[in-house]
Design a protein around this ligand. Structure first.
Ligand code: ZN
Length: 392
C-alpha cells in the first residue's frame, strides 16, 4: 500500500538533490500512463489534480481512481491538489483523499497570501497533510496556461520568502524564477542566483511550476539548488494531443477508442523521460524505506439507545452527521443498526479519518464534543468507543 506521506517523500528528494514529478492528470489515460511509467522506472511519483482543470472532469469521481491506483502501486505515491484556490477546496480535496495540497493565492498581495496560506496550512496540518504555498507569481504565456494564469510574472523575493515560510508554516515553497505556466516561447531564462538565495533563506524543499520545455541542464541546476518537486502538465497534454492528431490523420473514420489508442503510450514516454532527467528513477526502494505509510484511521462508537422514539434517533444521527461533515479530515461516516436482535450494542457510528492527526484534531473539535455530551450521551447507554488504524 505505497500511498505515503508526501513530506517524507519530498525530503528524501531534497536531501539527495533530485526532484519528484507531480503530474497533473485529466483522465484515466493520464493516470494509467503516469503510474505505469513510475513503476517501470522504480520512481516515486505524485498524482496531481489541478483545480483549474475541474471544468473538464468531475474530481469527486476521479479522485477515488487516483487513490485506487496509488494503493495498488509498488512505488511510493502521494496525491495532491494543485493550484487550489480556497481553504474550502483544500478541505474538500483532503476529505476525498489528497495528502498534499497547494494553496495558490500568489496573485494576491503579500499579506493576504500569508493569511490565507497560514489558515490552509493550519487546517491541513491538523489532518496530517502537507502544504505547498507559492510566493511570487508564475504567469502563463501561451495556450491553456495563459487563461489560467493571466498577467505578468513576478519573481520571488528572497527577502520576503523567509518571512512567508515562517508565518505560513508551509512545508514546501513554489517559487517564481523565470519559468512560465503552460507552453513556452523559446527557452526560458532561469535566475539561478535567486534560486540559490531562496534555498539558503528558507531551507525547505522548493517547487517549480511551468517545467515544460526546460532542458536537462536546466533541470539539473534546479535540483542541485533545492528544487524537490516539479509540477508538470503542458508537455503531457501536448504529446497526448499530438498522438490523437496523428491517429486522426491516419484513420479519419476511426472510433473514439481508436483515435485515442496511442495517447497513453505517448504520455508514458514523456513521463519516463522526466523521471530519468529529474533523478528520481531507480530510487523507489530508498524512498519507501524513509516514508511513513499513509494510513487512514477509524473511530468507532457503539451504544444502545434509551427508550426513545425512532424519530429522535433519526434526528440525532442527522445532526451528528452534519457536524462531522464540517470537520476537516473526516472522510466517511457510517451509522448502522445491529443486524441481530440480541446484539450487545445496537447502534454504531464509524468515522473514517485521513490520518491519525485528523483524529487528534477531531477530539479537540468543540462542535462534536458538545454534540456527544449534550445530545448523544444523555440518550445513549453502554457507550464504548474504539480507534483502529488501517492495516497494510
Ligand atoms: Zn502549475
Amino acid at each position: 500500500m505505497p500511498l505515503v506521506n508526501m513530506r517524507d517523500m519530498l525530503y528524501h528528494a531534497y536531501d539527495n538533490n533530485y526532484a519528484v514529478g507531480a503530474f497533473d492528470l485529466v483522465n484515466l489515460d493520464f493516470l494509467e500512463a503516469v503510474i505505469d511509467a513510475a513503476e517501470d522506472c522504480r520512481s516515486a511519483v505524485i498524482l496531481s489534480i489541478a483545480e483549474p482543470h475541474f471544468a473538464h472532469y468531475d474530481f469527486e469521481l476521479f479522485l477515488p481512481a487516483l487513490e485506487a491506483a496509488a494503493k495498488r502501486a509498488s512505488v511510493p505515491v502521494a496525491i495532491q491538489l494543485d493550484h487550489g484556490s480556497t481553504l474550502q477546496s483544500a478541505v474538500k480535496a483532503i476529505n476525498l483523499g489528497c495528502n498534499g495540497v497547494m494553496l495558490d493565492v500568489s496573485n494576491q498581495d503579500f499579506f493576504n497570501n500569508i493569511d490565507k496560506t497560514r489558515a490552509t496550512a493550519e487546517m491541513a496540518h491538523g489532518c496530517g497533510v502537507s502544504v505547498v504555498g507559492e510566493l511570487g507569481y508564475v504567469a502563463g504565456k501561451e495556450g491553456e496556461g495563459t487563461k489560467q494564469h493571466p498577467g505578468e510574472t513576478a519573481f520571488t523575493l528572497p527577502s520576503e520568502a523567509k518571512t512567508y515560510v515562517e508565518r505560513t508554516g508551509v512545508d514546501f515553497l513554489a517559487v517564481s524564477i523565470g519559468t512560465v505556466q503552460g507552453r513556452m516561447n523559446g527557452r526560458a531564462k532561469l535566475d539561478y542566483v535567486r534560486l540559490k538565495q531562496l534555498n539558503q533563506s528558507v531551507n525547505i524543499p522548493l517547487v517549480i511550476h511551468g517545467g515544460s520545455g526546460l532542458n536537462e541542464d536546466q533541470f539539473h541546476k534546479l535540483t542541485s539548488n533545492g528544487v524537490a518537486k516539479i509540477d508538470y502538465y503542458t508537455a503531457l497534454s501536448d504529446v497526448a494531443a499530438k498522438a490523437m492528431r496523428q491517429r486522426c490523420k491516419e484513420n479519419p473514420g476511426g472510433s473514439f477508442t481508436d483515435l485515442k489508442k496511442d495517447v497513453k503510450d505517448a504520455i508514458g514516454r514523456e513521463v519516463k523521460r522526466c523521471l530519468h532527467q529529474w533523478g528520481s528513477a531507480g530510487r523507489a526502494a530508498e524512498v519507501l524505506e524513509r516514508c511513513e505509510p499513509w494510513l487512514s484511521v477509524e473511530h468507532l462508537i457503539v451504544h444502545n439507545i434509551n427508550a426513545h422514539s425512532k424519530q429522535s434517533l433519526d434526528s440525532l444521527i442527522s445532526k451528528g452527521k452534519q457536524i462531522l461533515a464540517q470537520i476537516p479530515g473526516v472522510r466517511e461516516v457510517f451509522t448502522g443498526e445491529a443486524m441481530k436482535e440480541n446484539s450487545q450494542h445496537h447502534f454504531c457510528w464509524s468515522v473514517r479519518f485521513t490520518h491519525q492527526a485528523a483524529l487528534d484534531s477531531f477530539r479537540k473539535h468543540l462542535g462534536f464534543s458538545a454534540f456527544l455530551k449534550k445530545q448523544l450521551a444523555p440518550n445513549a447507554s453502554d457507550f464504548i468507543s474504539f480507534d483502529y488504524r488501517e492495516k497494510n
